[in-house]
Design a protein around this ligand. Structure first.
Ligand SMILES: *[C@@H]1O[C@H](CO)[C@@H](O)[C@H](O)[C@H]1NC(C)=O
Length: 216
């Protein structure tokens, strides 16, 4: 009998615990159930420890922890149909992904996310491979400088320099039509994409003016 009670109490605690960490996600989300399970796990192993570290040691320690944590994630192997190289676009390191066979003359400039402070181009290999599965064109991923070491607007300056350099010098080499270059990013990278697009619109010294089509 005592065992049964103990079991029920433990079960109740587990149920209470699961209930307390449950945050419902929107129904229409793609792959919602996978995310519904992954998100709380990620929250438990990353977000909550990060908050405690920040509380005790401050935001820079949190940043170091997050960088270390996301470095643990292994990236998928590069598919045979993609060649990766690194380059320097006007002083800004970039990671260049070339498909074996491009099916149009466009290119994507990808600006990774990470709250302006964490992640790097390599950590986005998997994202870029998935993107290139659908869109067979070169991708240029920008290794912009990160906060807090590099203060605002270092990241914006880097993205802008890399894009201008691509438009003016590298498109030819990559066999890309400069009017078909798309700038995109996720999270902080989405912000940087939008900001750089607006900056470039105001510049009169460049030949190729970007069209701001969609920002999410
Ligand atoms: C980009 O992020 C900064 C800092 O959070 C914010 O002030 C700015 O309004 C954002 N800009 C855009 C276009 O999202």
């Amino acid at each position: 009998m005592a065992l049964l009670y103990a079991f029920l109490v433990i079960l109740a605690f587990i149920a209470l615990f699961l209930y307390s960490i449950y945050i419902p996600l929107p129904d229409e989300l793609d792959g919602r159930w996978r995310l519904q399970i992954l998100e709380p796990i990620l929250r438990l192993v990353h977000e909550y420890p990060a908050r405690i570290i920040e509380l005790i040691n401050g935001p820079e320690a949190r940043c170091r922890y997050s960088r270390w944590f996301f470095d643990l994630a292994k990236q998928p192997k590069c598919p045979k149909t993609i060649t990766i190289s690194t380059d320097d676009y006007d002083g800004v390191p970039v990671r260049v992904y070339i498909p074996q066979q491009a099916d149009n003359k466009g290119a994507i400039v990808y600006i990774h996310g990470g709250g302006f402070a964490i992640m790097n181009t390599k950590a986005y290999d998997g994202v870029i491979f998935a993107l290139m599965k659908r869109l067979k064109m070169p991708v240029i991923s920008v290794e912009y400088r990160l906060a807090p070491k590099h203060k605002f607007p270092a990241a914006i300056d880097d993205c802008e320099s890399a894009i201008v350099h691509l438009m003016e010098y590298k498109c030819k080499e990559l066999n890309v039509d400069p009017s078909k270059v798309v700038v995109m990013g996720d999270s902080a990278g989405g912000n940087l994409s939008a900001v750089v697009a607006q900056r470039l619109k105001r510049r009169t010294d460049i030949k190729f003016q970007p069209k701001v089509c969609l920002t999410v």
